[in-house]
Design a protein around this ligand. Structure first.
Ligand SMILES: Cc1cc2nc3c(=O)[nH]c(=O)nc-3n(C[C@H](O)[C@H](O)[C@H](O)COP(=O)(O)OP(=O)(O)OC[C@H]3O[C@@H](n4cnc5c(N)ncnc54)[C@H](O)[C@@H]3O)c2cc1C
Length: 475
């Protein structure tokens, strides 16, 4: 990038919010995925006006811009593939308004998920999506990926809470979409267009979110099974009862072993378990606990343990949240990588899908841990690969393709909540082949010079094991 342009960018945000230091460019080249690419300049805007002026300049000079939140994305959506400007949004982190009487709050895009819920808690409200990365991910990043988490079955995803947005378009124009009302039928629902757009259509500078009252009581159960298939059947049996729990988390034996080894949570040593949470009015919770217990027994649970003790429930939840890091300590030569990590299938197809994953892993000589927010059909797998071995990566890539074929075959989607980025782009293109043209038209209309997070989603071509963060050359 030319010195003159860098000087203009620095002038907009100021010395302390601008960096071209090699260490900064390197660090901002990562998210939590397998990918890495250096940026050319990092800026930390503090206002919508900063964002607007930078985008105008970038658009005139055809420079790539990547809006970045907490950098916790698992598929490379926050990796600056074409270098350019990385716009760190975390300084726009003001909670501007909380209006419980109107059921909404207004926040800057850089507000951390857990911080928002800390501010809502004294008013007995919450923003429910509950991503596992809640301590670090931002509201802007959650909107841009349509993030959700273990409670989506009952409370929905980020999409269901976005009432309105302020967005800066590629040419620097500031626009407002949506409303501050709970209902709205006035024209195109453009706020929804930016949900899941992964920074490719505009930079989100303010978010109006619907909020929900906190449930009065909750209870949790750990149900152990002697097969992964039975655990899968337990999930659909609970939903079909009908009973909508606030969460059902599924873990296979690889995940259970890894968590027990590192966290000492004391999960039962079994082939698979379901962590089931119900919440609501105390009497409802009491009745649902009995129903869940009976269903678990009917589908063949070896053991079922219930708790309403917040300490115990938090320990179980922490154990489940630790699956991802715990898997990385599975064995000295392995790291757990986010490949084929986030598919969603119709709930009743979970049992056959998890069995298919196990067979694919065996066939391709890779270790795959399966877990996930199974209540809504969202399954996560983590592959344990040797990151220095090209053969290991090739086996992994082959397994990924087969896993996604199995998912698409049962009517599923390649990503339920983490988004597409690089790691899932070819498979999203396969899944959404009929919608790709419409996506291209929308992108061209809003970002004709392709400066916003270029090379992602529909634009990514070729293998997913490129631009790796690991020192491994794959030809
Ligand atoms: C341990 C762990 C657990 C996780 N668990 C979950 C989970 O349970 N559920 C889930 O959904 N995800 C989960 N994730 C993935 C990740 O946390 C989410 O995708 C999260 O929403 C990303 O937010 P972020 O602020 O880190 O965004 P980033 O990773 O910084 O960016 C993600 C995308 O959003 C875009 N973006 C960010 N801010 C803006 C903005 N202001 N305007 C426009 N575009 C923007 C970026 O360009 C990028 O495309 C997990 C990740 C980790 C590491």
């Amino acid at each position: 990038m030319k010195q003159e342009l860098l000087a203009q960018i620095k002038e907009i945000v100021g010395e302390g919010s601008f960096s071209t230091k090699i260490a900064d460019l390197y660090v901002y080249g990562f998210d939590a995925s397998i990918h890495h690419r250096n940026a050319e300049v990092i800026v930390q805007p503090r206002s919508t006006e900063h964002v607007s002026r930078i985008l105008k300049l970038a658009n005139e000079n055809r420079i790539a811009v990547l809006a970045r939140g907490g950098g916790t994305g698992l598929c490379g959506s926050a990796v600056p593939l074409e270098g350019g400007i990385v716009m760190d949004m975390t300084r726009m982190n003001e909670i501007k308004e909380i209006r419980v009487e109107d059921l909404y709050c207004v926040v800057g895009p850089g507000v951390i998920y857990d911080k928002l819920n800390e501010a809502l808690a004294p008013k007995k409200f919450f923003f429910p999506p509950t991503p596992g990365s809640g301590e670090a991910c931002t509201i802007g990043g959650m909107v841009a990926t349509n993030a959700s988490g273990m409670r989506a079955i009952k409370y929905g995803a980020t999409r269901d809470y976005v009432l309105g947005l302020e967005v800066v378009l590629a040419n620097g124009e500031i626009t407002r979409v949506g409303t501050r009302t709970i209902k709205n039928s006035s024209g195109y629902q453009l706020e929804r267009l930016f949900v899941g757009s992964e920074g490719t259509l505009g930079v989100i500078t303010e978010v109006t979110l619907k909020i929900a009252p906190k449930p009065k009581k909750s209870a949790m159960a750990v149900a152990a099974f002697d097969s992964l298939e039975k655990a899968g059947k337990c999930v659909s049996a609970i939903i079909a009862k009908p009973l909508i729990p606030s969460a059902i988390e599924l873990m296979d034996k690889i995940c259970i072993k890894a968590v027990n080894k590192t966290m000492h949570v004391g999960f039962p040593d079994c082939e698979a378990l379901c962590l089931i949470e119900v919440d609501g009015e105390p009497k409802v919770v009491e009745d649902e606990v009995k129903e869940v217990h009976q269903i678990c027994k009917d589908v063949g649970a070896i053991s079922v343990e219930f708790s309403t003790d917040p300490k115990q429930m938090n320990a179980w939840t922490a154990g489940r949240k630790a699956v991802l890091p715990a898997l990385s300590r599975y064995g000295p030569e392995y790291v757990s990588v986010s490949l084929a990590d986030d598919m969603s299938v119709p709930i009743s197809r979970i049992p056959e899908t998890v069995v298919a994953f196990q067979r694919i892993a065996e066939r391709n000589n890779v270790i795959v841990g399966t877990y996930g927010h199974a209540a809504d059909g969202n399954l996560h797998t983590k592959m344990l690969l040797n990151p220095l071995s090209p053969e290991s990566w090739k086996n992994g890539e082959k397994a990924v393709a087969e896993i996604f074929d199995a998912v698409i075959e049962v009517g599923g989607t390649v990503t339920g909540e983490h988004g597409v980025g690089i790691s899932k782009a070819p498979y999203m293109q396969k899944e959404r082949s009929e919608a790709l043209r419409s996506m291209e038209i929308i992108k061209k209309a809003l970002d004709p010079n392709d400066i916003l997070n270029p090379g992602k989603l529909g634009e990514w071509k070729g293998s997913i094991i490129r631009h790796l963060r690991y020192p491994c050359r794959i030809d």
